[in-house]
Write a protein that binds this ligand. Structure first.
Ligand SMILES: Nc1ncnc2c1ncn2[C@@H]1O[C@H](COP(=O)(O)OP(=O)(O)OP(=O)(O)O)[C@@H](O)[C@H]1O
Length: 300
């Protein structure tokens, strides 16, 4: 295995639609437009930006859940687009996802135990029913759930418990990398900290790296070592968490961090409208990420 980063993304693009229609050509939606970043083993990289900036699409492209329009994803030293279906299946055991809405991710007709066991069965990681039950019980304990609950159905659980079930499934095969797509947004504030602590424990004890997609900047500051800020399909700033929060260089990052609304168009943070000039929102032609300080990049 290579000694480079765990995950390396180069020039990733996803353009939806475009082409001819009844009313003439429509431009494609550039959901992801030339995104490059890396994630080191055991690192948590936060991906922030307003709704529609392309965060979830980036996560899906990294996981190969949909094809990219352009660009490359390298994971554990291999270019994922070069892999055969069988090789990609093996890689999928090492890269997992935890979604925002725990209930939507759970099949209501499946017991939560079967849901957690499914990846073990698909990847033939267990050879008997009793081994499967033992593994699921251990996973339940690992995420702070009573193993006696494994024969119950999702509707019998609270949001926080369902998210723990989703996390148990994600760690079942011992992944090295998890995309966590707004994993705490749907939870009560009182439960959010518990789930964030669970992510932190998993990072430390199991050595898992995360791409943590989030709206809540306080949570990102607490959990992540580095942050990438997305705007309209591009990363406009990326760097160590202290640099992004302590010395934000891009106007959009400053607006995201600012408690005070700034005058102009339409960027939303929660219920607060943040206003930026058109120049802030549209990078100059040929703009590229420039290293302004060690490890701290800004689009210029
Ligand atoms: N399957 C699709 N077909 C067409 N357009 C899409 C599709 N998926 C996403 N988009 C568009 O791509 C852009 C980026 O969407 P994406 O969901 O990645 O943003 P996001 O930053 O994750 O937003 P949110 O925080 O609301 O989840 C949006 O304009 C969205 O409407």
């Amino acid at each position: 295995m290579s000694t480079g980063p765990l995950l390396r993304v180069e020039g990733l693009c996803k353009h939806y639609g475009g082409g001819g229609g009844l009313w003439g050509r429509t431009p494609p939606v550039r959901a992801v437009d030339g995104v490059s970043f890396h994630v080191q083993p055991r690192e948590t990289l936060g991906l922030v930006g307003e709704s529609g900036s392309g965060k979830s699409t980036t996560g899906r492209l990294v996981l190969q859940l949909e094809p990219a329009t352009a660009g490359e994803v390298w994971f554990e030293g291999r270019n994922l687009s070069d892999l055969s279906t069988a090789a990609l299946r093996a890689v999928r055991a090492r890269m997992q996802v935890v979604f925002q809405d725990p209930y939507a991710a759970l099949d209501p007709r499946m017991t939560v135990g079967d849901f957690v066991a499914e990846p073990l069965v698909i990847h033939r990681a267990v050879s008997s029913r009793s081994e499967r039950e033992d593994r699921v019980a251990a996973l339940f304990r690992r995420v702070g759930l009573n193993p006696d609950f494994m024969r119950r159905y999702p509707h019998e659980f609270s949001g926080g418990q369902r998210q723990r079930v989703g996390i148990a499934r994600a760690i079942a095969l011992g992944p090295s990398f998890i995309v966590a797509d707004e994993p705490i947004t749907a939870l009560d504030v009182s439960i959010q900290a518990q789930v964030v602590n669970l992510f932190q424990d998993m990072q430390q004890e199991m050595g898992i790296a995360f791409l943590f997609i989030a709206h809540d900047l306080n949570m990102v500051r607490y959990l992540c070592q580095r942050v990438a800020v997305m705007l309209r399909g591009r990363i406009v700033e990326m760097g160590p968490v202290e640099a992004i929060f302590g010395n934000p260089l891009h106007a959009y990052t400053r607006a995201l961090l600012s408690a005070v609304p700034v005058p102009d168009p339409d960027v939303e943070r929660g219920r607060q409208r943040i206003r930026l000039s058109a120049a802030d929102l549209t990078p100059p032609p040929g703009a590229a990420l420039v290293e302004a300080a060690p490890g701290h990049f800004v689009l210029r």
